[in-house]
Write a protein that binds this ligand. Structure first.
Ligand code: GLC
Length: 579
């Protein structure tokens, strides 16, 4: 809805009227986002005129969706009790379903949706995520991540769709439309294009590192998805942790204001990332164009007092403050929050319903990429007498879902409402199915071994290869390599299902297997994998990333830069076999 239309014009008039009445404290309050627990007392939601509340790690707002809604309804009423009664935005990292709420429908992470290449499916997944986010009290999600990952060493490859700018643009449009729909509806939410810009293109794949790409490469490869998001009316853009040619993206006026806001005509709001004010230059980020600050984890006073002092001393202009508040209020009006500030309580019964899970199961099926199928072993004959299923990833919905699932760093446990890969195989097979968790048993009479191996859940820098927080490598752990060797016996054919947030160095395991499937991070509907393995559905997935052959493909700081024609991938972007 652009400001020139009739409705848009009315909204702008309402904003003008509010701005003339707001004090500086009320304006700075609107620019402030806090967590619903330890950043602030509930009384201070009103006392400090807070503009937004975020839920991430830490105490849950409640045990049931009703309790989550009740908690946020209580905080909203605090905000509505203020002099001007400006409603709160409630934000959450619902990046593959409402993944902070156990029992919600969890979709494949974006890398799997990228493999599906299916914009209609991405739009449906986003629309369901919006419903289940509203069902738990949120009207804003920090999704989609529309990075262009250059390097498998980055811990957030799986949060993005693809290395392909064109595919990312297409799926970005679908994701924004799916989440936002008609923003005023009670079952839609404001979306966030993130992280602006260059998060996935840092030197050596370092989360929050330096992006030293040439400017025209940033323009041609990284910006088009943001242009697409803006054209689809995305309500928010989140600034990125990385530097761009030495300048912090949070304080990058040329990119945030000149390029995004003026050049692309973005009239929504720019939100900082975690503690962005104190970490990336304080008032420089406001002057660069950041409109709302995640003033969390001890940043609240620093931010509110620091910005007030800056305005009173001419370091930040009143005009910049008014522009920031205008953008925030514009989204609140577009969301219809002034008329309907409270979540629709009827939506709680929509959480994890079967029709949502069916769409998620379709996404699992369409995300799978068949990399090898020697002697057309797949589809498997359901009547074969004995199958052995191997690996902890076959029997853990936590492991199959990756980071940002139940917890920030994911979970290793089974979680409510989800089905395992093993359950799906048992449902599909007619013969005997044996589960051998760690390839410690002997089943020489099995015809097929389905070996499910891959990565442990991780999020953000905890997934960076080479980061001090972990021992991760791009090769499989030795234990998983042993699983394959353990079942390499005459008469047993091997199907490997790889659960990972990125392409891995599995050239050897591909050699040793008869069939090899890249399954990414499928989310709650693990049983969808068996539907394809046994032929109820065909393979449709295509690689959203070129697949490196070995670590010597990583010649430079950009990872296996396959745009350098001299480096040949094991499998190119777009590869995928079919039945
Ligand atoms: C994190 C992430 C960002 C997320 C935000 C709120 O640091 O970088 O993607 O939306 O903080 O959790």
């Amino acid at each position: 809805m652009n400001p020139e239309t009739n409705t848009g014009h009315i909204i702008e008039q309402k904003i003008d009227s509010l701005l003339t009445r707001m004090t500086l404290d009320e304006k700075i309050g609107q620019m402030t986002q806090v967590r619903h627990f330890d950043d602030i007392s509930e009384e201070d939601i009103a006392g400090k005129f807070i503009g937004s509340v975020i839920h991430t790690q830490g105490p849950l707002p409640g045990n049931t969706a009703e309790e989550w809604q009740a908690k946020f309804r209580y905080l909203q009423e605090k905000a509505l009790s203020t002099r001007l009664g400006i409603p709160l935005l409630f934000g959450v990292d619902a990046v593959h379903g409402q993944n902070t709420f156990e029992g919600a429908t969890i979709f494949p992470h974006n890398i799997g949706l990228g493999a599906s290449q299916n914009a209609e499916l991405v739009e449906k997944a986003a629309a369901i995520t919006a419903v289940e986010s509203q069902a738990t009290g949120f009207n804003w999600v920090f999704s989609p991540c529309i990075a262009i990952p250059y390097n498998e060493k980055w811990g957030r490859v799986y949060e993005a769709f693809s290395e392909s700018t064109e595919l990312t643009e297409k799926l970005t449009r679908a994701s924004v439309q799916g989440h936002q729909g008609n923003l005023e509806d009670s079952h839609t939410v404001m979306a966030t294009a993130k992280h602006f810009v260059g998060d996935g293109a840092t030197d050596f794949g370092e989360e929050g590192g330096e992006t030293s790409l040439a400017h025209e490469e940033v323009i041609n490869r990284l910006l088009p998805p943001y242009k697409a998001a803006v054209e689809e009316g995305v309500g928010a853009v989140m600034a990125s942790f990385n530097t761009l040619s030495g300048i912090s993206m949070h304080a990058h006026k040329e990119m945030i204001t000149d390029t995004l806001k003026i050049g692309m005509g973005f009239d929504g709001m720019v939100i900082s990332d975690w503690k962005g004010y104190s970490r990336f230059g304080e008032n420089d980020i406001i002057n660069a164009g950041v409109d709302m600050v995640m003033a969390v984890d001890g940043d609240l006073e620093v931010f509110q007092n620091g910005l007030k002092y800056a305005v009173e001393n001419g370091v930040v202009s009143q005009q910049r403050i008014d522009d920031a508040v205008r953008r925030i209020l514009r989204q609140k009006f577009r969301l219809g929050l002034f008329e309907n500030p409270l979540p629709d309580s009827t939506l709680v019964q929509k959480l994890g319903v079967s029709e949502h899970r069916e769409i998620a199961r379709q996404a699992v099926r369409e995300s799978l990429v068949l990399l090898k199928n020697q002697n057309e072993l797949l589809p498997l004959d359901a009547t074969m007498s004995k199958i052995v299923v191997v690996g902890e990833h076959a029997n853990s919905t936590g492991l199959q879902s990756g980071g940002w699932t139940v917890n920030w760093q994911g979970t290793h446990e089974n979680y409510e409402g989800a089905t395992t890969i093993l359950e799906g195989i048992k449902n599909a097979a007619k013969g005997e199915v044996i589960y051998d968790a760690n390839a410690s048993e002997k089943h020489d009479d099995a015809q097929v071994a389905i070996i499910v191996i891959g990565e442990q859940p991780y999020a953000e820098f905890f997934g960076d290869i080479g980061h001090e927080s972990n021992e991760l490598t791009l090769t499989l752990i030795e234990e998983h390599q042993r699983y394959v060797d353990h079942y390499r016996k005459p008469g047993i054919q091997i199907v490997v299902v790889l659960i990972s947030g990125r392409p891995m160095m599995v050239t050897d395991e591909i050699e040793k297997s008869d069939a090899f499937v890249a399954a990414w991070l499928p989310g709650s509907e693990g049983d969808g994998i068996a539907e394809v393995l046994f032929g109820a559905y065909g393979f449709k997935g295509k690689l959203p990333h070129s697949w490196p052959k070995s670590m010597d493909n990583f010649r430079g700081k950009y990872g296996p830069n396959f745009w350098d024609e001299s480096i040949k991938p094991l499998f190119p972007f777009g590869y995928g076999l079919e039945y």
